[in-house]
Design a protein around this ligand. Structure first.
Ligand code: SAM
Length: 324
């Protein structure tokens, strides 16, 4: 019996497994990381192609089944099974990751992999179709969102394969897609908290103009507070770096896949629209000045490229305006 809560949907179509492995471009020298090997259908093909497979599996019953399947075969010495939650496991070195994962861990897993050092060559991962389409979205696409920009900051992502529900047993509720993720080398360096704070504000209302987003009282008062703190500390050039796990929490906006983003925006407007201006502060002028400088006032996050986001953040920072 399979555990729905563990996202146990076994790949039952051997042609599809072959196709995934073939598209992965595995070399005979590769150390392969597999996440959620389950009963080992994919694992077997990976063992045929690579030097070594390290498989992380949460369910002890699956671990046993997997070990039973490969014991007394020539593969057993090249398979290492780690029992545990991949999100809590310290990952070993690997060249390539190939996995049919439980969909509930999609975003934390993606960022765990992308922050793993040394960077791997590529990851070939099965995701829920909509999540996959968010990863590969381009500016202007309906699914372009904070998750997209955060992923594309760290990696180049491409869509490899559409996979229907009936390739799995039991079939999941949603369609799937296989995606290829290739970490950027060299990395684009950003201050993690700064970048995260900035993108959260930009995508809070992604279809609004940046002008109207940055005129919101709540946004201005947050930024002004940061500004004053930094001024009084007299460290205008220094933000805080370091890892911030909250950057990978998309529970608010991006992963609530059913949300109608336009409808959402309307609601926000009523609470906190442009009408309610308050005293036109000097600080507001400073913020608007930055937007004007880069010609961003009339632009919308839903259409900005990664490069434009990086540029806008750099303009804010140059003006001493910080998001963390
Ligand atoms: N790879 C197999 C296949 O394609 O047939 C099974 C894929 S199934 C979608 C996901 C697998 O991940 C299950 O075996 C499940 O027990 C395991 N799993 C679920 N949560 C996990 C976690 N947090 N860490 C590691 N494995 C997990």
């Amino acid at each position: 019996s399979f555990h729905k809560s563990k996202g146990q949907h076994i790949l039952k179509n051997p042609l599809l497994v072959d196709s995934i492995v073939q598209k992965s471009g595995i070399k005979s020298t590769d150390v392969i990381l597999e996440i959620g090997p389950g009963t080992g259908n994919l694992t077997k093909k990976l063992l045929e192609c690579g030097k070594m497979v390290i498989a992380v599996e949460l369910d002890p019953r699956m671990v046993l089944e997997l070990q039973r399947r490969f014991q007394d075969t020539p593969y057993s010495s090249r398979l290492k099974v780690i029992q545990g939650d991949v999100l809590k496991t310290e990952l070993p070195y690997f060249d390539i990751c190939v996995a049919n994962i439980p969909y509930q861990i999609s975003s934390p897993l993606t960022f765990k992999l992308l922050n793993h050092q040394p960077a791997f060559r590529c990851a070939i991962i099965m995701f829920q179709r909509e999540f996959a389409m968010r990863l590969v979205a381009q500016p202007g696409d309906k699914l372009y969102c904070r998750l997209t920009v955060n992923t594309q900051l760290l990696a180049r992502v491409s869509h490899l394969l559409k996979v229907g529900k009936n390739n799995f047993r039991p079939p999941p509720k949603v369609d799937s897609s296989v995606v290829r993720i290739e970490p950027r080398k060299p990395r684009i360096e950003v201050k993690q908290k700064e970048w995260d704070g900035f993108l959260r504000i930009c995508f809070n209302r992604k279809n609004k103009t940046l002008g109207s987003i940055f005129r919101q009282k709540s946004v201005l008062s947050l930024l002004e507070k940061n500004y004053k703190t930094l001024c009084s500390l007299n460290i205008l050039q220094e933000g805080s770096a370091g890892n911030d796990d909250s950057a990978f929490d998309y529970s608010n906006e991006d992963q609530s896949m059913e949300v109608d983003e336009d409808g959402d925006d309307e609601e926000m407007d009523m609470e906190d629209g442009d009408a309610e201006e308050g005293e036109a502060s000097e600080f507001k002028g400073k913020v608007m000045g930055v937007l004007k400088e880069g010609d961003f006032e009339e632009k919308r996050s839903s259409k900005l490229t990664l490069q434009e986001f990086l540029y806008l953040l750099s303009l804010f920072n140059k003006a001493g305006i910080h998001f963390s």
